[in-house]
Design a protein around this ligand. Structure first.
Ligand SMILES: Nc1nc2c(c(=O)[nH]1)N[C@H]1C(S)=C(S)[C@@H](COP(=O)(O)OP(=O)(O)OC[C@H]3O[C@@H](n4cnc5c(N)ncnc54)[C@H](O)[C@@H]3O)O[C@H]1N2
Ligand code: MOO
Length: 388
């Protein structure tokens, strides 16, 4: 295994990472909502009751039966089961309360006149009928629908406690680099680790269950192999940072060979970030190698890790958004250029691959394809960062 393979086209690399994840997605099972969110429905969502399940008052007022003025006799609050009404009766009713059998209308509180235990006013059918939103057994959402927070809300409203979905992959970040500090300011040739605190949140936002980062790991092959083995023991996906090149202390490729991992992708034709890689272990776990330059590491998350996680959760390849460029953005020859832009399509300063200042202000990366230039005013694809 070497770090000098032909770089894969960026769009092809996204699809390859996604397809590898999709092929390896865990079998669907019934998951609690918190586990299911961020996956896709593995079967249609069906209503297990009528929605609403009973006639439900839409207003605060008086339920009436027969002709008025009506004699006030009782009240029904949300959560109570009311008695049937008699002609000439008025029952005070709350929004959300079950409408009594025999009710012919509701007078809104603000339209009612009350005098001597009698109420009068304009009555209308101000309630939601049973089954108005869905009837028992009706398909509410198709299989394959992404499980967003509103889908969870609908499932709960429709009477479900679990959803059929693909479980969250467990993910760990392993930070390589003797030069890294975990506290204080960069000094004496050493820099603060910015990836250990940042990347797990991106993995969580992309649908994984991410534990705390491991490291910084010492720059020896033995330490790299031991850290990879430790992380793989309880993770389906390990994201390493740094060491992707072939420098004197870059041990990732040798460590992958040592543990018997095979490349799925070995370098991508994208700037910044080209030394990124994706590998698979013999037992089907994934290792994503993120370059050490912090912005390049994020580009690897956007390009390989987010598509992989979407596949593992049974989702389609994450769609790219669109941005209108406010100024010309240069290409990078035969490589794709991922250029930091704000929402208005302006390039951001401080966009060097070692910097995070531009990224922290960005809407995402404008995608300038190989052998092209992003013209001012052009609509181009925008790759967004998980969690941003
Ligand atoms: N001779 C060449 N050298 C380099 C090339 C090249 O083509 N030929 N490519 C450069 C590019 S592009 C990148 S990206 C980096 C990738 O390097 P590695 O993945 O091997 O990463 P390191 O060497 O370990 O670190 C690079 C850089 O990033 C800093 N770093 C690393 N980890 C962190 C962290 N967790 N938090 C903050 N900063 C981190 C590290 O100190 C280095 O400055 O290789 C280039 N070299
Ligand atoms: O490709 Mo490196 O990732 O430019 O900084």
């Amino acid at each position: 295994m070497t770090g000098t393979a032909d770089p894969m086209n960026w769009a092809e690399a996204r699809e390859t990472a996604w397809a590898a994840g999709y092929a390896a997605r865990p079998a669907a099972s019934e998951l609690p909502f918190g586990e299911a969110v961020g996956s896709a429905l593995a079967a249609p969502l069906v209503a297990v009751s009528d929605l609403p399940a009973f006639p439900t008052s839409a207003v605060d007022g008086w339920a009436i039966a027969g002709s008025g003025p009506w004699r006030i006799d009782g009240a029904v609050l949300a959560g109570q089961v009311p008695q049937a009404m008699k002609p000439g009766q008025a029952v005070k009713i709350a929004t959300g309360a079950q409408v009594p059998e025999g009710a012919e209308g509701i007078i809104r509180l603000e339209h009612s006149k009350v005098e001597d235990e009698l109420v009068d006013g304009p009555a209308a059918r101000e309630w939601r009928e049973p089954g108005e939103e869905a009837v028992l057994g009706e398909e509410l959402l198709a299989a394959g629908t992404p499980i967003s927070p509103p889908v969870v809300g609908l499932a709960a409203a429709a009477g479900h406690a679990t959803l059929p979905a693909h479980a969250k992959p467990a993910a760990r970040v392993v930070v390589f680099g003797d030069e890294l500090l975990t506290s204080g300011v960069s000094r004496d040739g050493r820099v603060r680790d910015s990836l250990g605190p940042m990347v797990p949140h991106m993995l969580t936002a992309a649908g994984a269950a991410a534990g705390p980062s491991i490291g910084p790991v010492e720059d020896t092959l033995e330490a790299h192999v031991a850290a990879l083995r430790e992380a793989l023991a309880d993770a389906d996906l390990v994201c390493t940072t740094g060491g992707t090149m072939v420098g004197p202390v870059d041990h990732l490729h040798a460590a992958l060979a040592e543990i018997g991992a095979e490349y799925v992708i070995n370098t991508v034709a994208v700037r910044p970030g080209f030394p990124m890689l994706l590998a698979r272990t013999e037992d089907g776990k994934f290792i994503a190698g993120l370059p050490g330059n912090p912005q390049s590491a994020v580009i690897a998350v956007v390009s390989l890790v987010a598509p992989l996680l979407a596949g593992l959760r049974g989702l389609p390849l994450p769609p790219l958004a669109t941005v209108h460029l406010a100024e010309e953005v240069p290409g990078r020859g035969g490589f794709t250029h991922l250029a930091l832009v704000d929402r208005a399509g302006h390039r951001l300063g401080h966009h060097g691959s070692a910097m995070l200042r531009g990224l922290a202000n960005a809407a995402g990366f404008a995608v300038i394809g190989p052998e092209s230039v992003g013209a001012a005013g052009a609509a181009v694809e925008l790759a967004t960062v998980p969690g941003v």
